[in-house]
Design a protein around this ligand. Structure first.
Ligand SMILES: [Zn+2]
Ligand SMILES: [Zn+2]
Length: 331
């Protein structure tokens, strides 16, 4: 089955959030099958970690969906990362242990310190934790820094679209940092997140978790373990504007590459990318897209697609729906 969700959400428990955890769940339930509440993990005045955790625990009793408790951490390589672990795995302690030791706002900076933080978490939490690097374009993170931290097993996911329509070229561009990571053998996936703070109907600029961007995970059931597994193995894809459903991307028995998906809106273009370059482009679509092609050898294959511009919900102008399928690896 496919489930949708969002791992990047701020509640009123951090200085710039607006809604309680229960309100967030209530309002995003129609868009999301799971959530992670990820307040800005800073000083105790800005981030009320105990309050967030208490609200998450309450919400878990009331709503029958997985709700991860985590925080957006000030990483030694500017700027924000999220660590995800499952509830039975000292989820609260994990966050609490990071701020005093590794908060960049306390002067803990640089790739070496980043690797120390990752090594600390790996030692303490083993393979029951993974890291998402958020908005690598705010500020720009160098490819070299991303390659350095990719030596850690914890770094599994790089973000593409975060708040608003902020699309990271590091992740989106063909031949960008993501392709460099993949070319160097790092099995990193990409996701989108709402980075929800305040909804546009409440005077903000954001949409609810899952309303504008979606992570779609292939799972056996909607459980913490299955979500964790999908994110750490790349069994998911991400999109803006719900542009596709039910993608199939695999090699056939005869060694051809098969790509299929259902369209929920009008597509403009889909591209198959391998080893940092576009190897096939599609520009003609029906409700169900299906193609089988012969491809050259490659270390990995991935897909990105864009839809026709669609009107924004919350202000004048148009936005571009898009999707990214995580790679098939050939080694
Ligand atoms: Zn952030
Ligand atoms: Zn954020």
């Amino acid at each position: 089955m496919w489930i949708k969700g969002d791992l990047h959400i701020h509640s009123h428990c951090c200085g710039d959030g607006t809604l309680s955890v229960a309100d967030i769940v209530e309002r995003s339930r129609k868009y999301c099958d799971f959530l992670a509440i990820s307040g800005h993990c800073r000083t105790p005045e800005f981030f009320r970690a105990e309050k967030q955790y208490a609200e998450v625990v309450e919400a878990r009793k009331k709503y029958d969906i997985p709700i991860f408790n985590t925080g957006e951490v000030e990483f030694p390589i500017p700027r924000h990362v999220i660590f995800i672990t499952t509830p039975e795995n000292r989820e609260f302690e994990m966050l609490q242990s990071l701020v005093p030791r590794f908060c960049r706002r306390n002067g803990v900076e640089g790739p070496e310190k980043a690797m120390e933080e990752l090594a600390f978490l790996e030692k303490e939490w083993g393979n029951r934790i993974f890291m998402i690097f958020n908005h690598p374009n705010a500020p720009d993170v160098s490819t070299q820094d991303l390659l350095t931290i990719a030596d850690s097993k914890l770094f599994k996911v790089l973000a593409c679209v975060d708040r608003g329509e902020r699309r990271a070229p590091q992740t989106w561009d063909v031949g960008g940092a993501w392709d460099q990571l993949l070319l160097n053998g790092h099995k990193i996936s990409v996701r989108c997140g709402s980075d929800f703070h305040r909804h546009y109907e409440d005077g903000g600029h954001d949409q609810y978790p899952g309303e504008f961007v979606q992570d779609c995970l292939r799972v056996k059931e909607n459980s913490y373990d299955e979500i964790f597994k999908a994110y750490t193995t790349g069994a998911f894809y991400c999109m803006v504007g719900n542009i596709i459903s039910n993608p199939v991307f695999c090699f056939t028995d005869s060694g051809r590459l098969k790509l299929e998906f259902d369209l929920n809106g009008e597509m403009e273009k889909a591209e198959i990318i391998s080893d940092g370059r576009v190897i096939e482009e599609f520009t003609s679509f029906s409700d169900h897209f299906s193609a089988e092609i012969k491809v050259p050898d490659g270390k990995y294959f991935r897909v990105r697609g864009t839809g026709k511009l669609a009107p924004r919900k919350y202000e004048e102008g148009m936005y571009e729906p898009l999707f990214l399928l995580n790679p098939i690896y050939c080694d």
